[in-house]
Design a protein around this ligand. Structure first.
Ligand code: SF4
Length: 315
């Protein structure tokens, strides 16, 4: 059995930055450091950070007054900053700059008189943040059925924004359905689905076109971008599984498989994928070939309160 290993895969620049923020905050302020929500949607990462002194909470109200709290890579609504200020918490914002871009777009276009149509998944933290930036002038569209039928008031100007980690194929269909329904809808000049999501999906598409019999996406079940990678395979009729780590591998999946495609979502550490590849050798994997579809060199600056000159890179 051959392994085709996607590249780009695993950590993006936004996740790399968020994880580094927690590590640096623990070094700088001592433990515990509180983190509101999972810093990124990966169980392995959260467990490791807990071991070195991070305490994950659901809400600001669980953080003792005056302590450091880190907001996750998925961003928050403005009201969450207000709550933190109200409790005199020291906020370090690990929101990915590309999520922040969408949040700022929502606020700016509402100011310009638009009603926002947000394509995304209800309950996802990034979506909650975007909803919160739009001051009520926003309707969430979760799928093509909602694009066709969800009740939307009569607005003169409609702007479509999207969650950063969606399937490019699905999103295009939904935007087309919105255009068919409303005639003209605007979109920002740059796309909202981020470079890392696009690159990881493109790599899976390439692996599918090269003829893999099975797709393994390494990532936690609550990771949006990892779940979408599995869907990219499914749409192309490739059997696929989302696995958290090597212990989820099932020997029954490999009967008759000649080539297995492997990738990791943007919040998955490389070392977890390495362990999956090692385990695949027990199921008959011999060669590992890289399927390279893009180079990544995006870098995001860390917050000034942690360091003035350290940069991290992803990809
Ligand atoms: Fe940022 Fe994209 Fe990574 Fe999300 S997946 S953290 S938006 S770079």
């Amino acid at each position: 059995m051959k392994v085709l290993l996607a590249n780009p895969r695993c950590y993006c620049a936004g996740v790399q930055r968020a994880v580094r923020i927690v590590e640096l905050a623990i070094e700088r302020f001592g433990k515990p450091v509180y983190v509101r929500k999972e810093i990124v949607h990966n169980r392995f990462v959260v467990n490791r950070l807990e071991e070195i002194g991070a305490v994950f909470v659901e809400e600001n109200s669980e953080v003792p007054a005056g302590e450091v709290v880190i907001f996750s890579a998925h961003g928050v609504a403005p009201v969450v900053f207000d709550e933190a200020n109200g409790r005199s918490l020291k906020v370090i914002d690990a929101t990915c700059p590309l999520v922040n871009k969408v949040h700022q777009e929502a606020a700016r276009y509402v100011e310009q008189g638009y009603h926002i149509l947000l394509i995304g998944r209800a309950g996802h933290e990034e979506v909650n943040g975007t909803l919160g930036h739009a001051a009520g002038n926003i309707t969430l569209i979760e799928d093509i059925d909602q694009a066709r039928t969800k009740e939307i008031g009569a607005y003169q100007k409609l702007m479509v924004l999207t969650q950063t980690t969606l399937s490019l194929d699905d999103t295009e269909e939904i935007v087309t359905a919105l255009r068919e329904r409303f005639g003209s809808v605007d979109q920002p000049p740059g796309k909202d689905i981020c470079y890392a999501t696009q690159n990881r999906q493109d790599a899976v598409k390439e692996m599918c076109s090269r003829g893999i019999d099975l797709l393994l996406v390494v990532g936690s079940p609550n990771s949006s971008n990892a779940a979408r990678l599995t869907e990219v395979g499914r749409v192309r009729k490739v059997r696929g599984f989302l696995i958290d780590n090597e212990t989820d591998l099932n020997p029954g999946w490999f009967a008759g498989v000649q080539t297995v495609g492997v990738t990791g979502g943007a919040s998955t550490p490389e070392e977890v994928v390495d362990k999956v590849i090692e385990r695949l050798r027990d199921f008959g994997a011999t060669d590992v070939e890289i399927c390279q579809t893009a180079e990544e060199n995006t870098v995001f600056r860390l917050p000034d309160e942690l360091t003035r000159d350290e940069l991290v890179s992803g990809g």
